[in-house]
Ligand binder design. Structure first.
Ligand code: FE2
Ligand code: FE2
Length: 377
């Protein structure tokens, strides 16, 4: 049987797998499985980048028509580029590094069963929240991927900060916001107890392994032990970040009515970060594609009001990312337009002929209607 290889990026929620798919001798996906955002995330977590499917299948026919765009090099986190175009990071890189180290140390100490203090984490959280509140238009800097081993820690920080993008509009005290971000930093602590053999397993989890995986939010709270004096909002997001509005999440299978807004928002931010923490095979981070995947599950998995609020804040193209314009220019996003997520304010960086511009000039795509973004660069 002639097969074609489909990258995970080509899979979209709503498609149906129309044949059994194996990795080696093990069945990965059963025929009839519907592709959902959660399924895509689970495959990514298993380090599965692609699936093989027979050339004649319907899925192959739908997806093989979509030729990947030619690779374009982008240098998104280039500090000079940020400086030139007047973009500030919402949180300085040095502080993110410090936070990553703190989270890592906290996790390691918990694993060793030692006496652990939350205060250093509280300090770094207070600092990050202070920066983000002072820089509401700053780049969320979600695309620093140089240290892949630190993925779990950076993911934990990202979830906390992504939540802050939305909860800062809720009229909470800064102290309360700090505790919510701290909850984000701790939400996956329980993965320590699941163990790296399961977390990093290449291939599908068996029933027993999956049962352990589903316990990690409960174990996060358990491992916090005496530190579980966190406020209810933080505990709720830690325990319920994998719950879904339709009751199909875990660990409790809680339904919409049982989930508070902190839990509901954490689900959105957790999935968004999981989807945007890897570069695709094209070398780009598909932020807009991640938003589309979330929107496909709006209402069923995610609270649609909160999801919309999140998308308005982050935009389809977050501040600091590079995009292609329909006139052939490459531009950097300098501000989001909350009411027009597809039309942020951008500054052209590279001309249609490939020459770098030496100065910055802002284009508000909400006003320049003849111009539009064709995709990430
Ligand atoms: Fe989790
Ligand atoms: Fe997570």
């Amino acid at each position: 049987m002639e097969t074609v290889t489909l990258s995970l990026e080509q899979l979209q929620p709503g498609l149906v797998i129309d044949q059994d798919i194996y990795t080696g001798a093990q069945m990965l996906l059963r025929s009839g499985t519907e592709v959902t955002a959660d399924l895509i995330i689970r495959l990514r977590q298993r380090n599965i980048e692609s699936i093989n499917i027979s050339r004649g299948s319907r899925l192959a026919r739908i997806l093989c028509d979509q030729e990947p765009a030619e690779p374009v090099r982008s240098d998104m986190s280039n500090a000079e580029l940020f400086k030139r175009h007047g973009i500030r990071s919402a949180v300085p890189e040095a502080l993110l590094e410090e936070a990553t180290t703190e989270v890592q140390q906290f996790f390691e100490q918990i694993e060793l069963g030692g006496n652990v203090e939350l205060d250093p984490m509280r300090d770094v959280v207070r600092n990050m929240v202070g920066h983000m509140l002072a820089n509401p238009d700053g780049a969320p800097k979600l695309f620093t991927l140089k240290d892949f081993d630190a993925y779990t820690y950076r993911h934990s920080i990202n979830v906390g900060l992504l939540m802050l993008l939305v909860v800062r509009d809720w009229g909470l005290t800064e102290e309360k916001m700090n505790e919510i971000v701290l909850g984000g930093l701790l939400h996956d602590l329980g993965k320590l107890k699941v163990g790296s053999a399961i977390i990093n397993k290449n291939g599908p989890l068996d029933d027993k392994e999956w049962a352990a995986m589903k316990m990690h939010p409960v174990w996060s709270i358990e491992l916090l032990g005496e530190h579980a004096e966190l406020p209810p909002e933080a505990l709720s997001l830690i325990r319920s970040h994998h719950e879904r509005m339709d009751g199909r999440g875990y660990p409790d299978g809680a339904k919409a009515g049982e989930l508070d807004r902190f839990a509901r928002l954490s689900a959105v931010c957790d999935v968004y970060d999981a989807l945007t923490s890897r570069r695709s095979y094209k070398g780009k981070i598909e932020f807009a594609a991640a938003v589309n995947i979330l929107l496909e599950s709006s209402g069923t998995h995610f609270d649609s009001t909160l999801l919309n609020a999140f998308v308005r804040r982050i935009g389809l193209y977050p501040v600091g990312t590079m995009v292609k314009l329909n006139n052939g220019e490459t531009a950097i996003v300098v501000r989001t337009n909350n009411d027009m997520v597809t039309r942020p304010v951008v500054s052209p960086v590279i001309s249609p002929l490939g020459q770098a511009y030496q100065s910055s000039s802002e284009l508000d795509l909400a006003e320049e209607r003849q111009l539009f973004i064709t995709g990430p660069a």
